[in-house]
Design a protein around this ligand. Structure first.
Ligand code: 5GP
Length: 227
């Protein structure tokens, strides 16, 4: 059993289905904690303060920056988002893993701060039309916000090369199986272990089959389509 946890850093353009995938991974694996980010963006209907995000005002965010409480923080879509340092060290030291839903800037900063303990995963949409329609179906955001998010999504796509694993989320179930395989093989390794009742070699094969399917070529095609 590993003694120190690791950071599973997941990024994707908004609308690629990252939240659904990461929430399921969390639900099904009690070895993972979710890093609850701090944000100055307004709370959306259905979001819970302290669970989905810590929703704070600008003054509180400033104070946390001044006190050096953030491992990273950036402006995304015109609002500030930040990851607190203390819960990360607490989870890692307890041998627990932590999952992060951050943009490419946050991913880069976290992997820079914990280079040996980070695994970066990027979730890709099947095509840009799907991405746009998923963004539009989020009726909670105004039209100009959606357009901004679409532009940011395309910018985000350009950073796929900084990630260890790329997963195309064309269908939820196969995408989830790859994410799970990536997670479990990082935690327990590729080789069967008497103390782990998981088909580790089969999970490693699923992970490697995903890499062999060349998701990077898919990412390049998406970017070319965006012009
Ligand atoms: P949303 O407002 O849709 O929840 O998130 C917008 C973007 O901000 C997403 O790409 C999400 O991954 C990113 N994000 C959320 N929390 C953080 C954070 O703590 N740091 C950084 N850098 N990005 C974050």
């Amino acid at each position: 059993m590993s003694t120190r946890g690791f950071l599973l850093i997941v990024s994707s353009p908004s609308g690629a289905g990252k939240t659904t995938l990461t929430r399921r991974l969390l639900r099904e694996h009690d070895t993972i904690d979710f890093s609850v980010s701090y944000t100055t963006r307004p709370q959306r209907p259905g979001e819970r303060d302290g669970v989905d995000y810590h929703f704070i005002d600008n003054a509180s965010f400033d104070r946390m920056v001044e006190d050096g409480e953030f491992a990273e923080w950036f402006v995304v879509h015109g609002n500030r988002y930040g990851t607190a340092k203390a819960p990360i060290e607490a989870s890692l030291a307890a041998g627990r893993d932590m999952i992060f839903d951050v943009d490419f800037q946050g991913a880069r900063a976290l992997a820079g701060a914990w280079p040996a303990d980070s695994l970066r995963v990027f979730i890709l949409p099947p095509d840009l039309a799907t991405l746009a329609s998923r963004l539009r179906s989020r009726a909670t955001d105004a039209a100009d916000v959606i357009e901004r998010r679409l532009r940011k999504a395309i910018e985000e796509l350009g950073h796929f090369g900084e990630y260890d694993h790329l997963i195309v989320n064309a269908e939820l179930e196969p995408a989830y199986q790859v994410l799970r395989a990536v997670y479990l093989t990082r935690r327990y390794g590729d080789v069967a272990r008497p103390d782990v009742a998981l088909p580790l070699p089969a999970l490693a094969a699923a992970r490697d089959a995903n890499t062999a399917s060349d998701p990077a070529a898919h990412a390049r095609r998406l970017i070319a389509t965006a012009g």
